[in-house]
Design a protein around this ligand. Structure first.
Ligand code: HXC
Length: 270
């Protein structure tokens, strides 16, 4: 069970956040914690039953939440979803790009279309959603203090800091997501004061991504390979997102924050 939040429960009051992939896993926890800290939340995903269950769960906590079905790979879906969020919740302040595809495959066995599919969801999807949201994010936060523009947070990974087995497609896609974060931070930070940052989760327990990696077999679940000695929780990622999205992060732009207990640095001791 995660700790009590270190943030005031009003830290995102009045903000509207759209969270892609928000129906499950890490991004559902981000939606929940954003809601518990005062935001209204919209979650986007491909599967209606997943969205419906997630919205019901958020509402049971007293959170104002809407679910909008759509695929981040489709430009028309991106525009429709963003417009629906603004219609239903009145504005858009924060976009979390969390939708991602993942499966393990040796490079030799991976079809070019399999590679492209993950690039399309993770990388092209992040750009497509950011592009669809930018006109609304320009207005986001106006008149509410020093955080003039809106905020984009794109979820990547630490896979591409070195190399990982059987994830050539995901590593390439997440490297490109980090690159998008930096380019958007430069262009939209300068022109619109939209802060664009990333979060790179390490091994986080109880996520669809981790289930696919089979953490027991890979020896991750014991935490022995993590400097901090354990796997992370979804809560850890959600707290990092609140830090970046709220006034606490008002001077942070173009950063990608690894939240991995130091895993990517880990080496056997001599
Ligand atoms: C090899 C596969 C495959 C697999 C799909 N493909 N699954 N190849 N092994 N397990 C190939 C297909 O053969 C096809 O290529 C191409 O990919 C497209 O497949 P579709 O099934 O048609 O695509 P689609 O229905 O769009 O599904 C895409 C998907 C997605 C990526 C498979 O459904 C998915 O993974 N959903 C799960 C989402 C998820 O787990 N999210 C958590 C992400 S966690 P061909 O050539 O045959 O046409 C995360 C963290 C990363 O991202 C970091 C971890 C540490």
């Amino acid at each position: 069970m995660a700790d009590e939040s270190p943030f005031r429960n009003t830290v995102l009051k009045g903000k509207v956040a759209l969270i892609t992939g928000g129906g499950s896993g890490i991004c559902f926890e981000i939606a929940t914690q954003f809601g518990l800290h005062g935001a209204m939340v919209a979650i986007m995903g491909r599967r209606k039953h997943v969205l419906d269950a997630a919205v019901a769960s958020l509402e049971s906590l007293g959170i104002r939440a809407v679910g909008v079905q759509g695929d981040v790979r489709k430009k028309e879906d991106a525009s429709r979803v963003v417009e629906t969020v603004v219609e239903e919740l009145g504005r858009l302040d924060i976009l979390i790009n969390g939708a991602a595809g993942n499966f393990l495959s040796a490079a030799e066995d991976l079809s070019p279309n399999g590679f492209k599919t993950v690039m399309d969801i993770d990388t092209v999807g992040t750009f497509t959603m950011s592009h669809a949201a930018v006109n609304y994010l320009k207005q986001g936060g106006k008149g509410k203090g020093p955080n003039e523009g809106g905020v984009i947070i794109s979820i990547s990974a630490t896979l591409h800091y070195s190399a990982n087995w059987y994830q050539i497609h995901v590593s390439a896609a997440k490297a490109a997501v980090d690159s998008l974060t930096r380019s958007l931070a430069l262009e939209w930070g300068t022109d619109y004061k939209i802060r664009c940052n990333g979060i790179a989760p390490g091994p986080i327990s109880g996520t669809p991504g981790m289930e696919k990696l089979n953490p027991e077999e890979a020896g991750i679940s014991s935490g022995d390979a993590v400097p901090l000695g354990k796997m992370g929780e979804k809560w850890d990622i959600a707290m990092a997102a609140i830090f970046l999205a709220s006034e606490s992060g008002k001077y942070i732009n173009g950063a990608v924050l690894p939240v991995d207990g130091g895993s990517w640095l880990a080496k056997p001791r001599y």
